[in-house]
Design a protein around this ligand. Structure first.
Ligand code: SF4
Length: 316
């Protein structure tokens, strides 16, 4: 599949035959059986962000998925969430309208809507004008347009919620930034990266996330995605990768092994710290023994819900 200005059939979707988003989401048996009016209960699942956390540092996984310690988002994270939302809205417009000025017009209303849902996000800007911050989001939008022309694409889905139970019983769940499907059936998985951390630091994590989505889509649709494409909006570069079935099979086993290790740690509460370079980006040093802190008492394995992603995870 080309990664250039040239558009082939592989870049264009079949409009009518495209599978609906709903068809990609397995029914949640727990939700279906919940009593009328009760909040839906979701089975614990493995998401790419939480799997990556566990691989990086089991204690970080515990703090996020089990203790659910609050994290204060950075302005860069919020900007990423905003830009993801704008790109999703952009593809909802008629193709001819998908131009940079129109995309930038979407920034302010998108922020108004996002922050209305999470008023704590606006507290980060208390007493500050958001104009500079919005201008920095405009730069990411410009960078996106430098990488592709959205007028020439018709994605099948943006912010697609995907969920699949593997044969081993592991439930995988996540959100894919964008799925493009060619009339010939070739699938391209696209992820926008907007984070402030240096690209080299996030690249292995980003590829782990993309392979996770590739496994989910392969198992849902029976087709190995033809391309996994990472679009780095901070530095205006993209990275494309073609997975193969044998590799995805091995990766699936890795995910199963990670989930088994999580369940084992979850039973005993033995989530060990694994310090490294990424500690600089960890919000939980105050609770981490590696930094002189003490974790809170282990609350036990949360049923259900461990492994959920947050909107901020989707915009790293
Ligand atoms: S500070 Fe480092 S070692 Fe401690 S929990 Fe965070 S990532 Fe793990």
């Amino acid at each position: 599949m080309p990664d250039t200005e040239t558009v082939t059939t592989a870049d264009v979707l079949p409009p009518a035959e495209a599978a609906s988003n709903a068809a990609d989401v397995l029914p949640d048996p727990a939700a279906a059986s919940s009593a009328a009016g009760a909040a839906p209960r979701r089975r614990p699942a493995l998401s790419p962000s939480r799997a990556s956390d566990f691989k990086q540092c089991p204690l970080l996984y515990r703090f996020r998925a089990v203790d659910r310690l609050p994290e204060v988002p950075t302005k860069a994270q919020l900007r990423g969430t905003l830009v993801h939302s704008v790109l999703e809205r952009l593809f909802a417009l008629p193709a001819a309208d998908r131009l940079p000025p129109r995309a930038k017009e979407l920034l302010a209303p998108a922020w108004t809507e996002l922050s209305a849902d999470r008023p704590e996000w606006t507290e980060l800007f208390e007493g500050e004008d958001t104009a500079d911050w919005l201008a920095s989001a405009e730069k990411l939008i410009d960078s996106y347009f430098g990488l592709e022309d959205p007028r020439r694409l018709e994605p099948e889905a943006c912010e697609l919620h995907v969920e699949i139970e593997l044969g081993s019983g592991v439930l995988l769940r996540g959100y894919v930034d964008r799925v493009d499907v060619a009339p010939t059936g070739e699938i391209r998985v696209v992820d926008y990266k907007t984070g402030a951390a240096p690209r080299e630091i996030g690249e292995a994590k980003a590829m782990f996330q993309m392979k996770f989505y590739a496994v989910v889509l392969w198992r849902l649709r029976g087709v190995v995605p033809r391309q996994l494409k990472l679009m780095y909006l901070t530095d205006g570069q993209s990275l494309a990768y073609t997975p193969d079935e044998a590799e995805l099979l091995r990766f699936e086993r890795t995910l199963e092994a990670i989930w088994q290790a999580i369940l084992k740690a979850g039973r005993t509460g033995d989530f060990r710290p694994n310090p490294g370079k990424l500690c600089n980006w960890c919000d939980h040093q105050a609770h981490c023994p590696e930094f002189g802190g003490t974790p809170p008492p282990y609350p036990g394995w949360p049923e259900p819900g461990a492994g959920e992603e947050t909107p901020l995870d989707r915009a790293d």
